[in-house]
Design a protein around this ligand. Structure first.
Ligand SMILES: Nc1nc2c(ncn2[C@@H]2O[C@H](COP(=O)(O)OP(=O)(O)OP(=O)(O)O)[C@@H](O)[C@H]2O)c(=O)[nH]1
Ligand SMILES: [Zn+2]
Length: 230
């Protein structure tokens, strides 16, 4: 059987094997449909608005009420322009890097980065903190750009595992180094506010590459992450 690109499953398996383990570990793309980028933001907002009106109507809400009448448009804008703006490649932050003139060679940790995302299974919030570290090669990155990378990949329907990998990959690309670590600790509203309704659990995902796979470097990173002293 062939997929839409005309490849059989054997072809795909061969291709994956040729890419090697590294690729398997580090290239997790958000699944996007064909033609995903054909609509303008305005077109997306108009379509989502129409669908959300139907959802509210189905739930039995009165859309002529002055508090509810603007909600479909509000939700549509919120989805396209805010919560899910990271689905649009044009919204990717430009990442200024600089020559590491000072030859800083230890790890840099940007910790306690505020993270707001949404889970792709329930479209409910994921709220937490990300801690991102790297060891400079020839380049250093503007600090705020690390926060922006976290924000860009968070603004998609996500699973936390993929989010950590996408942040790690972007840091590696931007800094031309393998030596990157990403640690995310977040609360999933789909776990705390419904379903199993556990308000005390949180989810930790970590991704290490390069020197961060070594015990000592990993331990040093975790010491900074767990250091609550300011
Ligand atoms: N691995 C992973 N799972 C997630 C993430 N966010 C939410 N989930 C889980 O996705 C699963 C979806 O499972 P389903 O059984 O299809 O959904 P459900 O019936 O609503 O499940 P319950 O939440 O157990 O009521 C749930 O167990 C969620 O907790 C995430 O970031 N990573
Ligand atoms: Zn969920």
């Amino acid at each position: 059987m062939k997929n839409k690109n005309g490849k059989s499953s054997e072809d795909l398996l061969k291709q994956i094997e040729e890419m090697g383990d590294d690729h398997m570990m580090s290239s997790i793309e958000t699944p996007m449909r064909e033609g995903a980028f054909d609509l303008s933001d305005e077109e997306k907002i108009a379509i989502i608005q129409g669908h959300f009106e139907k959802i509210m109507h189905t739930l039995g809400l009165d859309l002529t009420d002055d508090s509810l009448s603007g909600t479909p448009k509000r939700v549509a804008k919120l989805y396209v322009k805010e919560l899910f703006k990271g689905l649009k490649p044009e919204n990717k932050p430009s990442l200024s890097t600089f020559q590491n003139k000072y030859e800083y060679s230890e790890m840099l940790v940007e910790k306690n980065i505020t993270l707001y995302s949404n889970c792709e299974h329930h479209f409910l919030p994921i709220v937490g903190k990300a801690h991102v570290a790297y060891i400079p090669n020839g380049k250093v990155i503007g600090l705020s750009k690390i926060n922006r990378i976290v924000d860009y990949y968070s603004r998609r329907p996500q699973v936390q595992e993929r989010l950590a990998i996408q942040i790690l990959d972007e840091m590696k690309r931007a800094l031309n180094t393998e030596d990157v670590a990403v640690y995310i600790d977040a609360e999933h509203m789909c776990v705390s506010s419904r379903g199993v309704s556990d308000q005390s659990s949180s989810t930790v995902t970590v991704e290490y590459s390069g020197k961060f796979k070594e015990e000592e470097t990993k331990r040093e990173f975790l010491t900074y992450v767990n250091d609550k002293l300011k």
